[in-house]
Each structure stands twice: as C-alpha cells, then as structure tokens.
Design a protein around this ligand. Structure first.
Ligand code: SF4
Ligand code: SF4
Length: 597
C-alpha cells in the first residue's frame, strides 16, 4: 500500500519537530521540579486523582466548559476548533481502520487518507464516514470563521478587547486558519476527480467539476495537497514557540494540579506549565480596571504571562497590578495569576535578610489580657473610627480583649510580601506570631482583610482561630451578645478584594448590614466587585489614577441610592471616601452606632 508522496514532507517534518520540541520542554520542566513536587506526583499518580484529571481534560481542554459559562459564542468557537479537530483525527483514524483493517499505517496515511484512497484503489466508499467527516470539517470551519471574525469585531463575541499578538503568534494563527480551508479545497478537488466526499467536499467537488475542466483540476490537485500539508507543517513548527503551546500544556497542567502542585512565592519549574498553558485568549483583559478605567493596555495578565514566558518581563508590568483577582477568577485555564505575579516580584526585588528589621525585636505595644486578641493593622490605625467602633462593640458584648497594636505596632507583613520583599515580610510575620502565641489568645480578630489573609495563609497560628471583624460581629449578634437597633437606613456594600475574592467572605458582612438596616446591592458585587483602586499590591499606580478608579467605584455605589456606603476594609474606606460624596463607613461603625445599650 502506498502512503507517501512528496507533498507529505512539510507535515512529516513539522510533526516530528513539534513532538521532539514539546517533549523536550516537558522533560526539562519535570526534571527541574523540586523533590517535594515529584513526591506529590508519585503519591497521586495511581489514585482517583488521575481519573479526575482525565475527566477535567475532556471537560476543559476539549469541551471548554468554563468558556461556555463565560459566553456561549466564545465557548462554541473554542469547542468547535478543539473538539472538532480532535474528532476529525479520531474519526479519520477509525475510517482508515474500517477500510484497511488493523494494520500499521504511517501518520501521513491517516492525515491525508482522502488523497491515498484512489492511489490504493479503495473504491468502496462509506457514505457514513464521508458524511461524518464532512460534518466535522464544517464545524471546525465555522470555528475558524468565528475566530477570524473575533479579531475584527470582538464585541460581537462578548469581548470588548482582544489580545495584541506577537509576530510569531500571527504566523501560527495564519497557518491555523489556512489548514482547514486548505483541507476543504484539497478534498473537494480530489472528490471532483475521483468521486467520494459527502455534502461538503462532495458538493464542492461537483461544483468544481462543473466549473473547471479535468486538466485544470489535475493541475490543481497536487498543489492543493501541498498547501494543506505546508499549513500543517508551518503550524507545527511555530507551535512550541507561540501561544498554541497551550494546546498540549493545559493537559499536563491539569494532571499536576490534581496531584496538588501549586506555584509558590518563589519561582520554580512548575510555573512553566502554568505560564505556557495560557492560550492568550484575552478573557482576562476586559475585567481589568487598569484597562477599562485607566486605558492602560500593557499590564494585564495575558501580557504579564507572555512577557515572563519570553523572559522580557519589566518591573512596570510586574508591579502595575492591583492583584485584585478579577482576572484570575475568569481565567478559563485556572492559572494562579496572582501567585505567579508575586513570585516574579520576589525574583526582582527580594533583598535577602540583612538585619534591616532587627529593631522589631524590642517592639511590644500590646495591652490587655483577654483570650480574644484584636489586631488593628496599619490601615485601621489610620482610620481610628474603626478602632473606636470595635472598642464599643467589644465593650457592649463584654469581651475581654488583648489589644495587639492599639497604639501602633508591627505591620502584618503582607504589603512587603506583595511587593516581593519576602525576607523582610517574614521578619514581621515572626515578630507578630511570637507576640500572638505569647499572649495566649484563642481568637484573633482583625478589621483589615489584608491582615486576615496573611494571618490565615502564612502565620500558621495553630490553636488560634483567626476571624475578620465581619465574622466576629455576626457571631456576637447570633449569640445574642449584641443588641442592635434595626433602622430604616439603607446601605450599599463594597466587597474588598482581599475579603471577597481573596478570602471568600461575602455573606457575613451582608448579614451584619441586614441586622441594622436595608442592603442595596451594587451592579458589580461579590465575585465581580470592583477593586477600590488603592490596593497596596500596586506600587506603580499614580495618585490620580487611584482617584480615577475610586471615583468610578464610588459612582457605581452611589447609583444604588443608599444613604451610606459600607465596606469592611480600612484601605477601601479611605479610597472610596476620595471618590464619593455619599458618607462611607466601616462595617463596625454602623454596628457601633446601632448598639441599643
Ligand atoms: S491568563 Fe487566562 S484568561 Fe488571560 S489570556 Fe491567559 S488563559 Fe486567557
Ligand atoms: S489582578 Fe486586577 S489589576 Fe492585576 S491584571 Fe488582574 S484584573 Fe488587572
């Protein structure tokens, strides 16, 4: 049987090159994984985790379930390309077996089967296969058409902006767009000359037969297969260097994630899987307020990952980010965008331990002796109304409090951590941790979501329950320890990023507000809430830019018609006050003002 022709060369060379290059990349990334990550893989390999991962590969890499939930048009575009192409390969494989039985056929024999059909005198065409293959080709072609349309009119597919691509991405993209129309033409000319094909290739073949004479069709026959093979070859050669590396990389990433591998505050080999799994789909662009509210189109996660992948990451891209998490929660690949940005900052800016913070050892501003500790944090100390309100709440509930930092103290460490200075941050963590443990507290309450997050994630305070004041106040209300007046006042609530998306606390502040008045929800709330714009994570943003974001956020909250804007973060309170004429209060303030006795 003949399964070779010279036009197959671009395809064969491209496929071999791609397999070697991709295989080499994965091997070198796996080889450099730390021993702890390798142990996790070994532990999870022969467990249900592998099956769960395989199911997720089908759901996400082929069917793109998460993208469907974002926008059905985008979902169809991605699924038709990925799953449609996959099925073309699988059904094509089955077709060759159906014709030729179980025997080894070189790869190009499967891919260019329609070309080799007349060469091998396979005359018994199976209309069912022809129909299915034509239907699949049509589905893929519709995906190509949508992808092409998206680059011109992205809004019609639910995206305000699309990704700006590098030249190599454009080459790969062009090759991809050519592959399927080229296949249609090649198979249709073949059908015109030798018969076969169904409603699509057979139909177009009949049309070509009626328009062109046989010698013209013969002259076009070989070149059409050359174009198809060359487009495949070009796509395969550019693929490992372009955004399309995501096609394969998302698969090992899903498996590694199921084995519990995660990026950490320090860069490691695993990060490569996350970075190269980014498809540059651009879904993370629209939610970014730096883009939508400041017209900054350079720093979004898609560009951060791209720049890091090609080792051209600049400080301004790494640092001009609020780390608000709005992009991370929509990323269909589930990339840990904040952690990757954080560990890039650590690589850029961490100044190893050189005794800069040795004075911390002598700082002990704590007061009181209760089992409930209260840590105000730097920002709460700068918004003293919150601190005074917490005092009134504790007094009303007869709570004996140990005040960790009432008159000043050591920062929780998270701002330094977010800036990439993890050694300095660790000194603060160690200092505060020692203080908490020495005090013998069993509960630690804080009004600052930034502190809350670092206490929960990095302090390892075994035996101490860490609560945000919204959780603690709600507990006091539910225990009947706070008697509150329910007024006719209306409140709207701003979800702080670190409390909502960062810590998953959405319901407790709302329940507290409803205990004292009426809650009016803003358009962007809960997981979709806007960032206040003054995040400590962004050290590159200007004051006027922060003001611009605050004004937009303030305007949306004011549009609810509420008499007071409530938030549960001292930083958000200060920021929104700058962008709003409506009074802004911390959650503790409206509770303190409603205490009956
Ligand atoms: S980070 Fe996620 S959402 Fe953004 S381009 Fe990459 S895959 Fe798409
Ligand atoms: S974390 Fe927020 S500010 Fe940073 S890129 Fe994502 S959406 Fe934009």
């Amino acid at each position: 049987m003949i399964f070779y022709d010279s036009f197959c060369i671009p395809f064969i060379v491209g496929a071999i090159y791609m397999a070697l290059k991709v295989g080499w990349k994965y091997l070198s990334w796996l080889r450099h994984l730390p021993a702890s990550d390798l142990k996790l893989i070994a532990k999870g390999l022969f467990t249900h985790r592998t099956l769960n991962a395989a199911w997720e590969v089908i759901r996400e890499s082929l069917l793109h379930a998460r993208i469907w939930r974002i926008d059905a048009r985008l979902g169809y575009m991605h699924t038709s390309l990925a799953f449609g192409w996959f099925l073309l390969i699988v059904v094509g494989w089955v077709e060759t077996i159906a014709y030729l039985g179980w025997k080894w056929i070189p790869l190009q024999g499967h891919v260019f089967f329609k070309y080799f059909v007349p060469l091998n005198n396979i005359t018994s065409h199976k209309p069912v296969f022809d129909f299915v293959m034509d239907a699949l080709l049509l589905i893929v072609l519709s995906g190509v058409a949508l992808a092409w349309w998206k680059r011109r009119r992205s809004r019609s597919l639910g995206m305000r902006r699309t990704t700006r691509h590098l030249p190599l991405d454009r080459v790969a993209l062009t090759a991809l767009w050519i592959i399927f129309p080229a296949r249609l033409v090649a198979e249709s000319i073949t059908a015109a000359l030798y018969g076969g094909g169904s409603f699509l290739t057979g139909g177009l073949g009949s049309l070509l037969d009626s328009l062109l004479n046989t010698s013209t069709l013969r002259a076009l026959y070989e070149p059409s297969w050359w174009v198809y093979s060359s487009a495949l070859g070009l796509f395969f050669v550019t693929m490992p260097f372009s955004r399309y590396m995501h096609i394969f990389t998302e698969i090992p990433l899903i498996f590694l994630r199921h084995y519990r591998l995660r990026p950490t505050v320090e860069e490691k080999s695993y990060d490569n899987f996350e970075i190269e799994a980014c498809s540059r789909c651009g879904i993370c662009i629209d939610p970014c307020q730096l883009q939508s509210q400041l017209s900054n189109h350079e720093v979004q996660s898609v560009y951060f990952l791209r720049d890091r992948r090609y080792r051209m990451l600049q400080q301004k891209v790494a640092y001009d980010c609020l780390m608000c998490g709005r992009c991370e929660q929509v990323c269909p690949v589930g990339i840990n965008l904040n952690t990757l940005r954080l560990n890039s900052r650590v690589s850029m800016r961490n100044t190893p331990n050189e005794g800069r913070y040795s004075y911390l050892r002598s700082v002990d501003p704590s007061q009181g002796s209760g089992k409930v500790g209260y840590f105000a944090g730097c920002m709460t100390l700068l918004t003293p109304k919150t601190l005074h309100s917490m005092q009134r709440i504790f007094d009303a509930a007869h709570v004996d409090v140990w005040w960790a930092d009432r008159s000043g103290g050591v920062c929780c460490g998270r701002p330094m951590m977010l800036a990439g200075e993890i050694d300095a941050a660790q000194k603060m963590v160690d200092k505060n941790r020692e203080l908490f443990l020495k005090a013998g507290i069993t509960t630690l309450v804080t009004s600052c979501p930034i502190c809350l997050r670092v206490f929960r994630e990095s302090y390892h305070l075994e035996g101490i329950e860490v609560l945000h004041h919204s959780e603690y106040i709600l507990r006091l209300i539910r225990q009947g320890r706070l008697q509150l007046r329910h007024s006719t006042d209306s409140f709207t609530y701003h979800d702080p990023c670190e409390l909502g998306r960062g810590s998953g606390i959405y319901d407790e502040p709302r329940a507290v507000i409803e205990a004292v008045g009426t809650l009016l929800e803003a358009e962007h709330n809960r997981r979709n809430a806007f960032c206040c714009g003054s995040s400590v994570a962004n050290t590159a943003i200007s004051d006027s830019q922060q003001q611009t974001i605050a004004s937009k956020v303030g305007a949306e909250l004011e549009a609810t018609g509420a008499s007071t804007i409530v938030t549960a973060c001292p930083l958000c309170k200060k920021a929104i006050m700058r962008g709003s004429t409506t009074p802004v209060a911390d959650l503790s303030e409206i509770v303190a003002e409603s205490i009956l006795h």
